[in-house]
Design a protein around this ligand. Structure first.
Ligand SMILES: C[S@@+](CC[C@H](N)C(=O)[O-])C[C@H]1O[C@@H](n2cnc3c(N)ncnc32)[C@H](O)[C@@H]1O
Length: 374
């Protein structure tokens, strides 16, 4: 591996300074709405995300009880809830069940499900079909959560979101330096490039808060799980390190050009807990929001867990870990370097990993946050 690294250093990037020279910082300018979508098999390949949604349910349950105890809204009026970035719905079932159990018999509930236009809305409909009679209205809002309100002003009681807010609205703000083995900005050593990504992520986060503030009734809540990086900005998930290593090896073999490498990146930015808290330290957010809870957690890879419980064998775990990564990464990677190179990449991942499911653990980090509109 040391030898490979030396080759990479020689031919592509050798130091932070040089990276600045080779860096085009070429802007990508391609909105996520035009290419981001989870695969149609996302429901079967998102065990770790669905596990996070269960953690979110505990918070949702608490804020729903608080809402029921308040008398700030008309007792006869329906209650409105919205999910941002629902994908095909597998992680939505548990939170919707909490709302049904807590509220369903007491109040009419309107549900708004939001995601990008390219989401597979047909599968979402099928997933929610068995429970849709629990709610008075079930509406699909096909738009970016950063490009406007998805619920009428001052009508939303609880907004929630799981594993969606970290996707960048304008896609990747820049290419990475030529020959970059990195795939996520948190892996970059080139700080000049990383800064542009940080700025884009903070702009989206501020915009998210702006629109949710407009939608919520006062006293209403946002419960959100944001995929995050550790306090030092590094990524906990082992899969991210392995995928970067395989990308590096493909460049050495010559199956990926330095130009491909600059584009083969994910339009996601995993903020630290501290970055998530930044907007709440200044106006207007100090006057608008109470931060009721904030908690950092590193999740356990649910697929790895099932192999340790001997529910499935290692080879099968690796296959499912790859399917899990593909289900959220493929639309972005194909947009960047085309289908055949992406296919080759995943074949190389499979060969590199063999039966060692430790390499592809989806032990993502998350920040759980509860906000209350003042
Ligand atoms: C990893 S999936 C998470 C899905 C689900 N919430 C879960 O926890 O399993 C991220 C979802 O966020 C959606 N998303 C990304 N950017 C978005 C945006 N700007 N507006 C609305 N949805 C967005 C994606 O389309 C995708 O469905």
């Amino acid at each position: 591996m040391k030898f490979f690294k030396q080759v990479i250093d020689k031919f592509f990037i050798s130091s932070h300074d040089e990276c600045i020279h080779q860096l085009q910082n070429k802007e990508m300018n391609r909105s996520s709405s035009s290419f981001v979508s989870m695969s149609s098999t996302y429901n079967d390949n998102s065990e770790t995300q669905a596990h996070a949604a269960l953690l979110m349910c505990q918070l949702i349950s608490k804020v729903t009880e608080n809402i029921l105890l308040t008398d700030f809204f008309d007792a006869e009026a329906p209650l409105t809830i919205a999910e941002y970035g629902c994908a095909t719905g597998s992680s939505s079932l548990a939170p919707l069940d909490v709302f049904w159990k807590k509220l369903g018999k007491k109040k009419y509930v309107n549900v708004i499900m939001n995601d990008l236009p390219l989401n597979d809305w047909g599968i979402l409909y099928e997933t929610l079909e068995p429970i849709k009679h629990h709610f008075r209205n079930l509406l699909f809002k096909k738009m970016s959560m950063y490009e406007g309100i998805v619920v009428k002003p001052n009508t939303l009681h609880i907004g929630y979101s799981c594993f969606a807010q970290h996707w960048l609205n304008d896609g990747s703000p820049t290419e990475f330096p030529f020959g970059s083995p990195e795939i996520w900005p948190q892996q970059l050593s080139c700080l000049e490039t990383k800064k542009k990504w940080t700025d884009a992520a903070m702009k989206d986060w501020a915009q998210f808060l702006e629109y949710r503030f407009e939608e919520l009734v006062s006293g209403g809540y946002v419960v959100i799980i944001i995929q995050a990086s550790r306090d030092d900005g590094s990524l906990s998930e082992k899969c991210a390190h392995t995928l970067m290593k395989v990308k590096e090896l493909m460049m050495i073999e010559g199956s990926l050009s330095p130009q491909d490498a600059a584009k083969m990146i994910m339009p996601e930015y995993l903020k630290t807990k501290e970055e998530i808290l930044v907007p709440f330290k200044s106006e207007p957010n100090i006057s608008r929001w109470d931060v009721e809870e904030i908690l950092f957690t590193e999740l356990e890879c649910q697929l790895k867990k099932s192999s340790m419980d001997r529910i499935i064998r290692s080879k099968e775990v690796v296959k499912r870990q790859i399917d899990s990564c593909r289900s959220f990464m493929d639309s972005s990677l194909i947009e960047a370097i085309g289908e055949s190179k992406v296919g080759l990449f995943w074949d190389s991942v499979e060969t590199f990993v063999g039966e060692n499911s430790n390499c592809l653990e989806t032990n993502y980090s998350i920040v759980q946050l509860v906000l209350k509109k003042k």
